[in-house]
Design a binder for this molecule. Structure first.
Ligand SMILES: NC(=O)c1ccc[n+]([C@@H]2O[C@H](COP(=O)([O-])OP(=O)(O)OC[C@H]3O[C@@H](n4cnc5c(N)ncnc54)[C@H](O)[C@@H]3O)[C@@H](O)[C@H]2O)c1
Length: 383
């Protein structure tokens, strides 16, 4: 085991992601031999009693109710942003100015304008930064990237991604406030485009390179909802569903679709890639499998193979149990922390960093602009 230096964590937000991140910080040293040890120093949320309760349950040493105070603390090395999208830019820019390392939830910001400022801030401060696009670190998805990198698929023709949910179909569901901030455009920035498609886009560009152009359609099926904070019925500004066509720089064509109105689907994230020699299919509901078809197999036995990604030579798996036994969702966050800590030691920082987060925000901005104009939109690329 390597000697470990302590890395003091200041977490902002104790919701869904606050829990996945805390779990990852707590477990990483049990499974990965890295040169840093995350110390759960402080959790920050606006409600002091709830922040205290979270600190007690998860083993944080202290709590704060204002992220500015958290950033001002000398005993914090890293700010982890797990609060809603409208908070990311202000917290990250202040944290960078204070010289803190930053892990930020996705989407990087409400829009690319804010994300550009965040990229400039971390660049100027020279602080380590990463965005929690955790699906890159599902072992099956990491393996897909390795197979593509080895040239097994040959020239890529098609990329097809979907992210389907069904939790906002009721017209009685309010918008805004705890748990429902995703329906409030002022907080979320957009609907499924920034929330769900952002994941699909990040994975897609990681596997298949940059996206050049998009043409999109979006729809808001329920136009008005009561706002939890004002009590008034207000216009809904988010997209409930979003679908777009894309052209990648490598010449391949893509379709992306997301909705929260697909009855029966909870988190059906799937992608398929079709190349000259081989195809790959992955499904979040069956995340430890990768479907692989190779046309070069002998004809008699050619067919889709369902690879069970649990062997020691599969990405990350040697750190877990024995071959045949699966891991799941929480582990993607542990992998991200492990890679980040390894990067701090080697000086070779892992991706996705803020610049990659900005690249995704450029695509989501282009999707929303195209849905508005009805035209193809060229996607900006980070400088
Ligand atoms: N990587 C992923 O797969 C993934 C999954 C879900 C959410 N997310 C992202 O994570 C972020 C948080 O989402 P969530 O689902 O955890 O939300 P959540 O509603 O479960 O939790 C948000 C937390 O932020 C706190 N908060 C809100 N405003 C704050 C402020 N000003 N200061 C301090 N704390 C504040 C809330 O009290 C709450 O604890 C969002 O950006 C979201 O897009 C990413």
């Amino acid at each position: 085991m390597r000697a470990r230096k302590k890395l003091n964590i200041g977490l902002v937000g104790y919701g869904f992601m606050g829990r996945t991140h805390s779990n990852a910080f707590r477990k990483v040293n049990n499974f990965f031999d890295v040169a840093f040890e995350p110390v759960l120093k402080c959790v920050c949320a606006r409600d002091g009693a709830k922040a205290d309760a979270f600190a007690k349950q998860w083993g944080y040493e202290s709590s704060e109710t204002d992220w500015r105070r958290l950033i001002a603390r000398k005993d914090i090395d890293l700010i982890d942003i797990a609060s809603p999208n409208d908070t990311h830019a202000d917290i990250a820019i202040a944290a960078a100015k204070a010289g803190k390392m930053i892990l930020c939830e996705k989407p990087l910001a409400r829009n690319a304008y804010q994300a550009e400022k965040m990229v400039s801030a971390v660049k100027k401060a020279g602080v380590a930064n990463m965005v929690w696009y955790n699906y890159r670190r599902v072992p099956a998805v990491t393996l897909a990237r390795q197979l593509i990198g080895e040239g097994r698929l040959g020239r890529i023709f098609h990329y097809r991604a979907k992210f389907l949910q069904d939790w906002t179909i009721s017209k009685d569901l309010p918008q805004g406030g705890a748990g429902l901030w995703r329906l409030d455009v002022k907080v979320a920035g957009s609907g499924v485009t920034g929330d769900l498609l952002a994941h699909c886009i990040d994975t897609a560009m990681w596997l298949n390179g940059p996206i050049d152009k998009v043409t999109a359609m979006t729809e808001t099926f329920i136009k008005q909802r009561k706002h939890t904070l004002t009590g008034k019925v207000q216009k809904v500004g988010i997209d409930d569903a979003s679908a777009f066509l894309a052209r990648f720089s490598n010449g391949s064509l893509a379709t992306f679709e997301s909705t929260r109105y697909a009855r029966g689907h909870k988190a059906l994230y799937t992608f398929e890639i079709n190349g000259e020699h081989a195809s790959i299919f992955w499904d979040l509901h069956d995340l430890h499998r990768l479907q692989y078809f190779d046309h070069r197999d002998e004809g008699k036995v050619r067919g889709w193979r369902s690879l069970h990604i649990t062997d020691g030579d599969h990405p990350y798996m040697k750190n877990w149990w024995v071959p045949g036994l699966q891991i799941g969702y929480e582990h993607t966050f542990i992998h991200q922390v492990a890679d980040f800590l390894e990067g701090l030691d080697t000086g070779k920082m892992p991706r996705p960093d803020f610049r990659d987060g900005l690249a995704t925000d450029y695509v989501t901005d282009a999707v929303l602009a195209s849905a508005k104009s009805g035209r193809w939109v060229t996607v900006k690329k980070p400088k």
